[in-house]
Design a protein around this ligand. Structure first.
Ligand code: HEM
Length: 295
């Protein structure tokens, strides 16, 4: 039996998207660093002091560079909505949805950062203040959603079955018994489309379910360990993988429930922000036009 039992580590598939995440992260930090270095001395001044600075007509919101930041930020934020088009045509083979979602997050964050530089770190009118507030709401909800998204995919059930088959080699079907006992633990039911309240109030049930699954796994493994301690000890790694995957199933259901409630918040703040950005541009244009005529 010992020949069949392998304690070699399970090879992990190399992450294809890891490099893209790293690239976008470096791009974001480099961009932010460059903008900070360019304007640091100006942004550190108070409103009154800025007027006498040589960059006043360059980095202020209506300055040549400041305005370009605003335009580039707005273009990026609108570009980021292309993700919705890609999601609508999910069958098209133009990059995976995950990659598009990464680009959605990147363009949203980078665009948001450019808009903050466009404001030169101060919001002097109510509309600018509300627009910035709604931008932070979209980005804040976006970051939370991205985190939930990373928890939502169901764990690799084929890997789980392969690991359970390894455990079957201990005693009479340890793997099958483990699966049967763990899936007996009652499951929290949450409707596909639910409110935030429903999703949040189901969280304790999910936690309880994960704890019960862990207890059940320990119970079954403990039982077999009494009879075949050497075999069970050799299978420590597949046992740990099964335990992680069984609990990841519960985590994925909890994250999916939260995501369904979260989506409407992100969508609403995005709609509000897009509306306010359009208002902001229209007002800036209108007053720019009036001033141009008055001059
Ligand atoms: C700043 C501008 C942004 C806008 C205008 C925007 C807009 C949207 C919209 C309209 C949706 C579709 C919501 C739905 O399913 O009905 C969405 C989805 C999403 N956004 Fe954003 N977003 C922005 C930034 C971000 C950022 C910065 C992140 C992450 C860091 C992010 C993460 C997500 C995620 C995870 C989804 C869900 C995707 C899915 O389940 O298919 N968003 N966004």
């Amino acid at each position: 039996m010992q020949r069949l039992i392998s304690s070699r580590p399970i090879p992990r598939a190399p992450s294809k998207r890891g490099w893209l995440d790293a690239l976008l992260f470096v791009l974001f930090l480099t961009g932010m660093g460059a903008l900070l270095i360019r304007g640091w001395q100006f942004y550190a001044l108070s409103v009154g002091e800025r007027v006498d600075h040589s960059d006043f007509r360059v980095l202020g919101p209506s300055g040549s560079l400041g305005q370009s930041y605003g335009i580039a930020g707005t273009v990026l934020i609108f570009t980021n909505l292309l993700y919705l088009v890609r999601r609508r045509f999910a069958r098209l083979s133009v990059g995976s949805l995950r990659t598009w979602l990464d680009l959605h997050a990147f363009t949203g964050l980078f665009g948001g950062m450019l808009v903050v530089f466009h404001s030169a770190f101060q919001a002097r009118s109510t509309i600018s203040l509300i627009t910035l507030g709604s931008l932070f709401a979209v980005i804040g909800t976006g970051v939370v959603g991205r985190f939930l998204h990373s928890l939502a995919p169901r764990p690799d059930l084929e890997l789980l079955d392969r690991q359970l088959a390894l455990l079957d080699r201990v005693g009479p079907n340890m793997g099958q018994i483990l699966k049967e006992r763990v899936t007996r633990v009652p499951v929290a039911e949450v409707p596909g489309r639910c409110s935030l309240w429903t999703a949040l109030s189901a969280l304790p049930t999910f936690w309880h379910e994960a704890a019960q699954r862990r207890a059940m796994i320990n119970h079954v493994i403990g039982y077999y360990a009494q009879h075949e301690p050497v075999a069970v000890a050799r299978l420590a790694q597949p046992i740990a993988v099964c335990s992680r995957l069984f609990r990841a199933e519960v985590r994925a259901r909890a994250a999916t429930a939260l995501l369904s409630a979260w989506r409407s918040m992100h969508r609403l703040s995005a709609l509000l922000m897009v509306f306010l950005v359009v208002m902001h541009i229209a007002i800036a244009w209108y007053y720019g036009f009036i001033w141009a005529v008055a001059e």
